[in-house]
Design a protein around this ligand. Structure first.
Ligand SMILES: Cc1cc2nc3c(=O)[nH]c(=O)nc-3n(C[C@H](O)[C@H](O)[C@H](O)COP(=O)(O)OP(=O)(O)OC[C@H]3O[C@@H](n4cnc5c(N)ncnc54)[C@H](O)[C@@H]3O)c2cc1C
Length: 455
């Protein structure tokens, strides 16, 4: 157990979800005091607002994993504080007196489709994945006051990754659930998802056509076998790669059979169609894949109409004033290493570094980087405490390893925590906690914040 007053360092972690909670626990295990700043009242991030709510068992499990890590001595949870809005990055990194700052704030901005002028139609025919999934996960809660959507029939989804499967499923569940209810067949979303739309329709002796539902089409610029829904093994042989590609094709086929959506591979969006000022579809060019690259095929432009266009082509970190950024990503010193460019004391963990990854990868990355920060930067990890792989996210860890010596030398005079400084930080934390009515009892707070009527 960490005795706070003995901790030589206090580290701030921004974001309390999978990566933030993991980093907090990793540091706390090494006797470092941690302050977790979380923009929302609950700390669950993509688990609550990204992972569709039919993953009910997994969500409950992940919630508890996060709870157990945030509810421990030496970890201060500070809800309702957004970096860049309530606290400036500059202030946090330079003036609070933290020994280090770990950014675990994930990827919450949708990657733009990248067609000039198309984003003018957001909310007017164009919808992005993050707000849509947030709505889907919460709209049945009492008092829900976020964005509202009505899924239109005969729509299109742009994507290709695992998240885009979830989006086409949301669309089909909404459309078919609604059409069945209109005929007096009330099925919960969970039942429809677990059993599958095709099976439920069969039970009723119905087809999509009988219901008058056209459904939706997933458009992808590559092929089914390229979909990053199953990863190649490291150093995979050509046979092993082929097996992975077959798994990808099978996964898509199974999803289409169960949820009755359509798939159009090798379509790259290039423009949009308007009628009377209304967005009515997209223009695509057909593609081919050569040596892993997407090549446009001249003269193959096609127009596809849709009642609604949903983009699910990836998430990127939200810009925060003061955080150096190049293109879509924060600049983690060269090659995406975990140390923020221009700062010796700021590091990134989880989705915020890559903008992608899954729960397990995010957790592992966070534990590894937090372990390295403790061992190589703060020099407080117990001897031989962590087994640190060198290959996670390419060169990330080896970069941190490589830099660790020089970084550690450069900050050999890292300010030690003094009692007045600790008191000042504690005072600021208490002030922020009191603003939202959090009295430090983590479990009681979570019980208060959990919706009682959520599915
Ligand atoms: C639709 C969808 C489906 C998915 N399905 C799966 C799946 O089936 N299996 C799987 O393993 N993974 C899945 N994932 C991915 C998985 O959810 C993420 O990889 C993982 O949860 C990321 O964790 P994280 O802690 O790095 O980021 P996040 O969960 O995004 O956490 C970031 C935290 O930081 C907070 N934050 C953000 N900005 C600020 C700020 N400025 N100040 C303070 N706090 C801030 C956020 O509120 C959030 O709590 C899915 C993702 C999506 C979107």
């Amino acid at each position: 157990m960490v005795v706070e007053s003995q901790s030589k360092y206090i580290v701030a972690v921004v974001g309390g979800a999978v990566s933030g909670a993991e980093a907090a626990a990793t540091l706390a295990d090494r006797g470092i005091e941690v302050v977790v700043l979380e923009q929302n009242m609950k700390p669950y991030g993509k688990i609550e607002d990204g992972l569709p709510r039919w993953h009910d068992k997994q969500r409950a499990q992940e919630y508890e994993r996060i709870n157990a890590k945030l509810d421990r001595p030496g970890v201060h949870f500070v809800p309702g504080v957004k970096l860049g809005r309530d606290v400036s990055f500059e202030d946090l990194a330079k003036h609070w007196g933290f020994s280090a700052v770990l950014l675990a704030n994930g990827a919450w901005k949708d990657r733009p489709v990248g067609i000039d002028g198309l984003d003018d139609y957001v909310g007017k025919g164009l919808v992005y994945q993050n707000p849509l999934v947030y709505w889907f996960n919460h709209y049945e809660e009492k008092g829900y006051d976020g964005p509202r959507y009505t899924i239109e029939d005969d729509c299109m989804v742009l994507g290709g990754g695992l998240a885009s499967y979830d989006v086409v499923k949301i669309v089909m569940l909404e459309l078919v659930g609604r059409a069945l209810r209109a005929r007096g067949h009330n099925h919960s979303m969970l039942h429809l998802e677990h059993k599958g739309i095709a099976a439920v329709l069969k039970e009723h002796g119905l087809t999509l056509e009988d219901l008058g539902v056209k459904g939706c089409t997933l458009y992808y610029r590559r092929r089914a076998l390229d979909m990053p829904v199953a990863a190649y093994k490291e150093n995979a042989t050509p046979e092993e790669r082929k097996k992975t590609e077959e798994v990808r094709e099978r996964l898509l086929q199974n999803a289409m059979t169960k949820f009755l959506f359509r798939f159009e591979p090798l379509h790259l969006p290039t423009g949009f169609l308007l009628e009377n000022g209304k967005l009515v579809g997209l223009r695509f060019i057909r593609t081919e894949i050569k040596d892993g690259k997407v090549l446009k095929l001249p003269g193959t432009e096609v127009e596809k109409r849709a009642s609604m266009i949903i983009s699910s082509i990836g998430s990127i970190p939200e810009p925060i004033p003061g955080v150096p950024q190049k293109g879509e990503f924060y600049i983690f010193a060269e090659d995406g290493a975990a140390k923020l460019s221009g700062y010796d004391n700021v590091f990134g963990v989880g989705n915020v570094v890559t903008g992608k990854g899954n729960i397990a990868v995010s957790r592992k990355h966070s534990a590894t980087i937090a372990g390295l920060v403790a061992r190589d930067y703060l020099k407080v990890a117990p001897e031989g405490a962590a087994v640190l792989p060198e290959t996670l996210f390419g060169k990330t860890e080896s970069k941190v390893h490589g830099q660790a010596g020089s970084v550690a030398e450069a900050i050999a005079q890292l300010p030690q925590m003094t009692e007045p400084l600790r008191e000042r930080i504690h005072g600021r934390i208490r002030e922020l906690q009191q603003k939202v009515g959090f009295d430090g009892d983590y479990r009681a707070w979570i019980r208060r914040m959990m919706p009682t009527d959520a599915v």
